[in-house]
Design a protein around this ligand. Structure first.
Ligand code: IPE
Ligand code: IPE
Ligand code: MG
Length: 219
């Protein structure tokens, strides 16, 4: 049986390697990555995804070169300013998770404006994790609903401090495809893979299905 809506989390990794493979600066990879985010958000509702949580910038990403950090922050602000109207039109409620005290004031204002403008939208809940560390979020109590499926592109098989608590029973899907090349068919493949798995939550095979929190589904 399919859940009424899914919480899918994405670690969109591989932007830098995508650019390097094309002899282009890493920043080009981040720009191409932003386009992949738009595509994924567009396709999500058709797959029964009610909540999509994307890792945009980890607290450890501050350790990258200042120029790369600047580009990532600029891309993020442009995404917010450029996509808010479309989010409203498409019923996408945007929420930004993570620390805000280290972000530029104008970026915080853009975040607040997008959150306010999309507050009443209810087709898809889009969480963007910026200056996010799961260990820090657990300490502050900033927790999301349980994740059903976690997708990581770019070939690495680790969580990199993302949604550690929420992924307690998440199905994990890793692909070598680099994030800028991740498109609608790849999302469909990840979802098909997910639906082919049996989530047991510690029970024996074939037992009554559980919801995403591992609680027995009320019929
Ligand atoms: C993910 O791509 C984007 C962010 C971390 C913001 P990377 O920049 O980590 O790309 P790779 O892993 O170096 O290829
Ligand atoms: C995780 O990717 C963070 C984001 C995708 C935003 P990283 O590329 O920073 O993770 P590590 O360093 O490979 O673990
Ligand atoms: Mg990476």
């Amino acid at each position: 049986m399919q859940q009424s809506f899914l919480h899918v989390a994405v670690i969109p990794d591989g932007n830098g390697r995508w650019a390097a493979a094309r002899q282009r600066p890493r920043t080009d990879g981040h720009r191409a990555g932003a386009r992949a985010v738009r595509r994924t958000v567009e396709c999500a509702p058709a797959h029964g995804i009610g909540m999509l949580t994307l890792y945009a910038f980890s607290s450890d990403n501050w350790h990258r070169p200042a120029s790369e950090v600047r580009t990532l922050m600029k891309e993020f602000e442009q995404f917010l300013r450029g996509e808010t109207a479309r989010c409203v039109a498409e019923g996408v409620r945007v929420r930004v998770i993570g620390r805000r005290d280290r972000l530029a004031k104008r970026l915080v204002r853009a975040i607040e404006a997008t959150e306010a403008a999309t507050a009443a939208c209810d087709r898809l809940r889009l969480n963007l994790a910026v200056d996010y560390s799961s260990r820090d979020a657990i300490g502050r109590g900033e927790l999301l609903p349980a994740v059903d499926l976690l997708i990581r592109t770019g070939g690495e098989q680790r969580l990199s401090d993302f949604l550690l608590w929420e992924c307690a029973y998440a199905e994990l899907y890793f692909t070598d495809r680099r994030w800028p090349d991740f498109d609608a068919p790849h999302l469909a493949r990840a979802l098909a893979d997910y639906h082919g798995r049996e989530r047991r939550f510690g029970r024996v095979p074939g037992a009554t299905p559980m919801n995403g929190d591992g609680r027995r589904r009320s019929v």
